[in-house]
Write a protein that binds this ligand. Structure first.
Ligand code: TXA
Ligand code: MG
Length: 436
């Protein structure tokens, strides 16, 4: 049984606070820390017992190894057998930054950190406060993303609080994370690197330092066992079923609009089944999303059936939202009714990052469907979508949507990392709209 903790939150820690945070970490406490990618759930990376508590707090499978966070390259020396020349070149080029490198571990690193693997994953985050915490702790900090296993990674302290309240000792709140998706994980060979998880440092960036850069074959085919154990699990999943749409603005808007019309007529499950994707397992849906459209009520002892409109989340670019609105007008539906907008939202604190990043949030009723719209920024701009992707999924969870239609983008640069997360969140249900 997990012991209930009183989770504290701290902002702008002073020198004394930093010493206390460092001590808490050294002594085996669990502290959520900010980084430039996502919030991490930190514990002493040399203390097997402290790391067991990370697995407990997250409900994480024990074969999924942790990343050890360090303040600089020197701090890596005692943790590995050797910093190979390729690894050194990568560290010098990209640290501090969103690049995690696996190297053969030394005996100092407990097996708990690596899930029994011989290699340990190492990362030096590019975040001033995180750097200060690592200095104050004086030990490497093991930190997976600070979410419950399988859920979207938090990019705000509020997101951490949602999943980790009562499970950890402290959350250090430094505002929204800059990048929004996790670091690139690479295995470093003698003169080649293999990308095990795409992230903030792209293949092209790596190629400026190392000649041969390849992707773990499991990333593409999804068949072979991935080399990063974490990549085999269902990840980043919102509560609702999600479908991705990738293509030019007009074709994405057209297919989304068709989808909305069809979902309205037939419901979400038949729509998904009709796309040729495997039928969704509705028994994996949380109770609160089950059959929400038809709620039985007893009034004066008479059973009455209230039909509620299906509620869908839409994550789209500005251009696609405009094209959708135009289609709605063409269909004589210009009276799109804005229920709430911007800072009227009750969740505006929690989802401040969405608004802070220039997102527009709207609830609209369209043909009897309730649509929760998140407009993320310009079409095909990966950094904009990366920054808000997880937060949008958490927002849709909070809104209790039953399905999500999300616009994806091309796999260039950071787009590769975003689409890797979207493939997982949609269980590979992505429609390429230009092709048909
Ligand atoms: O940006 C990030 O990397 C964030 C922040 C907090 O630093 N951390 C993060 O950790 O995403 P986590 O635990 O959610 O993901 C770590 C990934 C997993 O897919 C894991 O399997 C892989 O790295 N990994 C860790 N150690 C490994 C190793 N020795 N060999 C192969 N893969 C490893
Ligand atoms: Mg994670």
């Amino acid at each position: 049984m997990l012991e209930e903790k009183e989770t504290k939150i701290i902002q702008n820690p002073n020198k004394k606070d930093m010493e206390a945070i460092g001590r808490l970490l050294r002594d085996g406490g669990l502290v959520a820390i900010p980084t430039e990618t996502v919030y991490g759930l930190g514990a002493n990376g040399l203390d097997a017992e402290a790391m067991s508590r990370i697995y407990e707090a997250k409900g994480r499978p024990s074969d999924n190894p942790l990343i050890l966070h360090v303040p600089d390259i020197e701090a890596v020396i005692p943790l590995v057998k050797e910093i190979t020349p390729t690894a050194k070149a990568l560290m010098e080029a990209f640290w501090p930054g969103p690049l995690t490198i696996t190297l053969e571990k030394s005996d100092l690193v407990p097996d708990k950190a690596t899930g029994g693997l011989s290699r340990v994953a190492l990362r030096c985050p590019n975040h001033a406060l995180c750097h200060d915490i690592l200095q104050a702790a004086g030990v490497p900090i093991a930190a997976p993303s600070a979410n419950l296993s399988g859920r979207p990674s938090p990019t705000t302290a509020a997101g951490v609080w949602h999943d980790m309240k009562g499970r950890i000792d402290l959350i250090v709140d430094a505002g929204p994370c800059q990048i929004g998706v996790e670091s690139t994980v690479v295995e470093c060979g003698q003169d080649a690197v293999t990308i095990l998880r795409p992230g903030g440092i792209t293949a092209d960036m790596l190629r400026t330092v190392v000649k041969e850069v390849r992707y773990d074959t499991a990333l593409q085919a999804g068949t072979a066992a991935p080399k990063a154990p974490g990549m085999k699990y269902k990840h980043y999943a919102p509560d609702a079923e999600m479908i991705g749409f990738v293509g030019a603005v007009g074709s994405v808007a057209k297919r989304m609009n068709e989808a909305l019309t069809q979902i309205k007529a037939e419901g979400l499950d038949p729509y998904i089944a009709g796309l040729g994707f495997s039928k969704l397992a509705s028994d994996t849906l949380p109770d609160r999303l089950m059959d929400n459209s038809k709620i039985n009520n007893k009034v004066n002892n008479k059973q009455i059936r209230i039909s509620r409109p299906l509620k869908l989340g839409l994550l789209v670019s500005e251009e696609v939202s405009l094209a959708l609105a135009k289609e709605w007008q063409d269909l004589g539906l210009e009276k799109v009714n804005i229920i709430s907008e911007g800072n009227n939202l009750s969740q505006s604190d929690t989802y401040g990052v969405l608004e802070g990043a220039g997102c527009q949030l709207k609830s609209v009723s369209y043909r009897g469907l309730d649509l929760v719209l998140v407009v993320y920024g310009k079409h095909n701009k990966a950094p904009a979508l990366a920054r808000v992707f997880y937060e949008a999924l958490l927002y849709f969870n909070e809104e209790g949507v039953q399905g999500i239609l999300a616009e994806g983008l091309s796999k260039d640069g950071l787009g590769m990392a975003v689409m890797n997360r979207m493939e997982k969140a949609t269980a590979h249900r992505i429609i390429y709209t230009n092709n048909n």
